[in-house]
Ligand binder design. Sequence first.
Ligand code: PAF
Length: 285
Amino acid sequence: MKVSRTIIELQKCLKELSLSPVGFVPTMGALHEGHISLVKSAISQCPIVVISIFVNPTQFNDKNDLKNYPRTPEGDIALLKNALRETDIVFTPDVKEIYPEEDMREFHFGNLDNVMEALHRPHHFNGVAQVVSRLFDIVKPDIAFFGQKDFQQLAVVKALVKQTGDKVKITGNPIIREIDGLAMSSRNRLLDPGIRNRASIIYKTLSSANSMIGKYDIPEIKSYIKDAINNVPGFNVEYFEIVDDTELIPLTKKTDIRKGKRYYGCIAVQAGKIRLIDNIEIRLV
Ligand code: PAF
């Protein structure tokens, strides 16, 4: 694998190799098995894969969160060395490389701006859209790989590509979980040990939405899930919504369910000092 720090270097490599389709896995580093599964999926479809590692300042609405976001550059390179081929490229730009000037662009995503993460993390998705569109312009990928854990981000990126008319295909890969069910996330390493030991409650409770949907209506399911998690010391549910996978409109009652649509239970939980998100498909049979 090669490591490029600059756009010029990266684009020179891509031009010299001139392989297609170009796969792209954007990340903010602190890599784990979830990222590696994206990389493997990209490798299985593309003769050349670019992995970017860039902690994007514009998507953090909280300066402390940006400061404390885990950074493990050596571990990341070691993990990637194992997973990547000679033709693959790790792109590790600095902030000036991505934003030579302040990015003033504003993006609008309809209902995606009005629900869940967008309500709790103002400007977050504008920052994601800024960096993803910038990275797409630089890498010019044919296929880009994102994790389904960031459910709303995936919907935003698909909407972004629709708006910009970019030809890149967006792929969403399944969530990779720890043995106890906790969704893998770079932030998991920041959890206090006691909180980490109890964090399996999130997926365990989320999963119960599937057994409840046959018997109970949406408000009862929402209350059960919130209460079950809030009862665990150190855990506090920020939101739990059941939404469709395109417009992300929260269901308020089961009679709003539309045939042909897929629905997901999406949750954000404050686990000690760390905020975690997760989701699960709700099987409507
Ligand atoms: O999901 C992430 O790691 C980030 O939001 C992304 C897509 C790399 C943009 O910074």
